[in-house]
Design a protein around this ligand. Structure first.
Ligand code: GLN
Ligand code: ZN
Length: 756
């Protein structure tokens, strides 16, 4: 008989209980006992939910107080020396310090594959061998088993753990680390086995990346060793993409089960069925763990039947494509969603039912679940034919996009002249990235407006006050190009999504982004169209308050796409172009209203990069095109800015150049302008504002410090092309920090102007 499982379940709790309790614990408002008790409750609920849904086994170890990579680092004592130095003796304090800093710096954080989840980067030293120091994984398995659940401990595999970490000792390779980690894995597996576990899930998502032969070989040797050390059945999980040239290796590893992501890599099923050795079971990742759409269950059953006819049902497991932690917890509480749209969706809780349904179709025959399959087909048909989804006028416009629409009238050199004479700015102009601190007062009023306690007009009045204040502050500071401060925006994607057609918003559709931080991405379900101008009135109001140029502020198409749940019924590129056209219309309306400087933020451009080299180029091409579509319609004299955060640009600088924005601002204060190198090497021609003020910290940088950074930038960028600005928006800071910091920024720029 085929079995049904999930690879992991959201650990945030149905109402973000984990966030609330951990933040309260950090603030000293909840005790450790309360924290541990709440975590235990969430785990128990999740296990019960999965068992009651009909899963044959539940994952244990998918829970984490912060991050699963951190959990393993902490358990195996992959703890950099700096933590010992500050004398962290308490395990939990150590754990949270590694996560968030405190007595010493936190571990670095970076994105987990191409998701919006962030993990903490383990730092390996020159230790000859690792061993288990903290037994949380075992404790949690025992907790599940003690409550009568058939649990399968889940851990990150050694190759993924090592390759995603950083080796601090020169000469030690990540593959050497894999070997040094194995004694710890052996210990862990043996402990699970003696505690009564029958299975262990080892996650090796790096198998969906480009690996070389040595890396594949290291994995093979690791699993040879681990399989000999234990009688546990090893469930090897891969996800986030097809295995490609790693498939053959994966199929021949000494494991009991190989899990394949068939949502992202359906094409690998045939090869896997043909190549699976006699004793291997395949786990079919048929239900998408990363999106919010109902599955096509008939199609999933067809794939599962194909596997069963080749392998027999005993060698088939029905599963989610990856952990369900990347989708929101439960759809059933969403009472405000348009019921028509809601009928097309499935969150983690609903996905469990889908998994079980496919299993039943296999084990009991389709007839046993015919009514459910029919209902599912009806939902899909309704979605496909819904006028909410397709807007022929939009499709027509996207299809009519020509090369010319992606090109500015003249090249940058000609534009620069026109812009400089139109704007009359000093050398090294000062500006900010867009947002200013949002006052508690404004947040209160926004909440009241959403509850209907104040009218939209009253709310607008409060926003006007904020804008007027932001403009006044910037004038007093002597900034050259002003911003209105984004007071009307709760979030840079949500704000535009709410004004565009084709978007839906949930009340509680949270997913973990990092630690206690959750995001609630909009759902793009249909063709995107701008109904009316979105920012023009606010811009006009702010410009009316100053004779200095005020930037128009827009979020770029790639960022809107990337930070939403996107349609699975058309290529991402098409959706991105639709958004690009909507932003283009806004750009042109701003220009027509008299706006001379328009910033289109693309902080998420890099995040969208596919995992495999072979796919990167195509993505970058359409992503750049979508940005150009949104920006290229304006006159030469209109200055287009873009903004990006995160410092890992090096590999995409040519694409950033191809965006052809007149000015780019980006994060660089912390890296001491390091990334300018990449721009210089690629002969970047346009203007640049490398951030000189690290806005992630409450620290107020001195004028001297910022001057030094600007001088460093001037070594490689002529002063006609350099801007002075912070790293990013200022909305997370307080006015008391922002004012002195910007005062210093302005005087740094002025001092340089006077002397160079
Ligand atoms: N304009 C946005 C702001 O200042 C940009 C934010 C971002 O880069 N994430 O808040
Ligand atoms: Zn930013």
């Amino acid at each position: 008989m085929a079995k049904a499982i999930s690879l992991g379940f959201p650990r945030i709790g149905p109402n973000r209980e984990l966030k609330k309790i951990t933040e309260s614990y950090w603030a000293g408002k909840s005790s450790r006992e309360e924290l541990l008790a709440e975590a235990q409750k969430i785990r128990q609920q999740n296990w019960s939910l999965q068992k009651d849904a009909g899963l044959d086994q539940v994952p244990s170890g998918d829970f984490s107080f912060y991050d699963q990579m951190l959990d393993l680092a902490w358990a195996l004592d992959v703890v950099p020396e700096r933590y010992q130095k500050v004398g962290l003796t308490d395990d939990l304090d150590l754990y949270f310090t590694m996560a968030r800093g405190g007595a010493t710096q936190a571990l670095e954080m970076t994105k987990w594959f191409d998701t919006n989840y962030h993990y903490l980067v383990p730092e390996f030293d020159d230790r000859p061998a690792y061993s288990v120091k903290r037994w949380a994984h075992l404790d949690i398995y025992q907790e599940a088993a003690g409550q009568g659940f058939n649990a399968r401990p889940v851990i990150i595999g050694p190759l993924t753990f090592a390759l995603l970490g950083k080796v601090r000792t020169e000469g030690v390779t990540p593959l050497a680390i894999v070997e040094r980690l194995l004694p710890a894995y052996e210990e862990l597996l043996k402990a699970f086995e003696s505690a009564g576990a029958e299975w262990v899930q080892i996650d090796e998502p790096v198998l969906a990346l480009d690996l070389d032969a040595a890396q594949r070989d290291a994995l093979k040797q690791a699993l040879d060793r681990l399989s000999k050390a234990t009688n546990l059945k090893i469930f090897l999980a891969t996800y986030f993409g097809p295995l490609g040239e790693n498939l053959e290796t994966a199929l021949n590893l000494p494991v009991s089960v190989l899990h394949l992501d068939l949502v992202r890599g359906e094409e690998q099923l045939d090869a896997a069925l043909a190549g699976a050795p006699e004793e291997l079971t395949l786990s079919l990742g048929l239900i998408d763990g990363r999106n919010i759409w109902k599955a096509d269950l008939n199609h999933a059953v067809t794939l599962a039947e194909k596997a069963v006819s080749k392998l027999s049902s005993d060698r088939v497991i029905i599963a989610s494509s990856c952990s369900l932690m990347h989708s929101p917890v439960d759809l059933s509480g969403e009472t405000k969603l348009n019921p028509e749209v809601k009928d097309w969706l499935a969150f983690a809780r609903q996905k469990l039912d889908e998994i079980v349904l496919v299993k039943r179709a296999i084990n009991e025959g389709r007839a046993a679940v015919q009514s459910e399959l029919t209902a599912n087909q009806e939902s899909l048909n309704k979605r496909k034919n819904s006028p909410l989804v397709s807007n022929p006028a939009v499709r027509k416009r996207v299809n009519a996009v020509r090369e010319d629409d992606l090109r500015r009238q003249s090249d940058y050199v000609a534009r620069q002249q026109e812009q400089h004479s139109a704007l009359g700015l000093p050398a090294i102009p000062t500006t900010t990235i867009g947002s200013f601190p949002q006052t508690p007062e404004l947040r209160v009023q926004r909440a009241r407006m959403r509850k209907g306690e104040i009218t939209a007009q009253e709310y607008d009045g409060y926003i006007r006050q904020e804008i007027a204040n932001a403009i006044k502050q910037q004038e007093d500071l002597g900034i050259d190009v002003l911003v209105h401060g984004e007071a009307e925006r709760n979030d840079m994607v949500e704000y535009f999504g709410e004004l565009l057609s084709g978007f839906a918003f949930t009340s509680n559709g949270w997913v973990q982004s990092y630690g206690s931080r959750c995001v609630k991405p909009p759902i793009i379900y249909g063709d995107v169209e701008r109904r009316a101008p979105m920012t023009v009135d606010w811009w006009k109001y702010s410009q009316s308050l100053s004779s200095k140029p005020v930037k128009g502020m827009l979020t770029g198409p790639v960022t809107i796409l990337q930070w939403s749940f996107v349609r699975n019924d058309q290529p991402r590129r098409d959706t991105c172009f639709e958004i690009g056209l909507a932003i283009r219309d806004e750009t042109l309306d701003l220009e027509a209203a008299g706006c001379k400087v328009i910033q289109i933020d693309e902080p998420a451009l890099r995040e969208g990069l596919p995992l495999r080299k072979a796919d990167k180029e195509e993505y970058l091409r359409w992503a750049v095109d979508a940005f150009r579509l949104s920006s290229a319609g304006v006159q030469n004299a209109t200055q287009i800015h873009t903004h990006m955060c995160y410092a890992e640009f090096n590999e995409i600088v040519p694409s950033i150049a191809a965006m052809d924005a007149d000015v780019i601002s980006m994060e660089s204060a912390r890296s001491q302008m390091e990334l300018l190198e990449a721009f210089i090497q690629n002969q970047y021609q346009n203007e640049i504002g490398p951030g000189v003020y690290d806005i992630h910290s409450p620290r107020i940088p001195s004028a001297e410090e910022m001057k030094a950074l600007l001088l460093k930038a001037l070594e490689v960028i002529p002063k006609e092309r350099l801007w002075a600005n912070p790293d990013c928006g200022l909305k997370t800071r307080r006015w008391e920090e922002v004012k002195p910091a910007l005062t210093n920024l302005v005087s740094a720029a002025q001092a340089i102007r006077a002397t160079t």
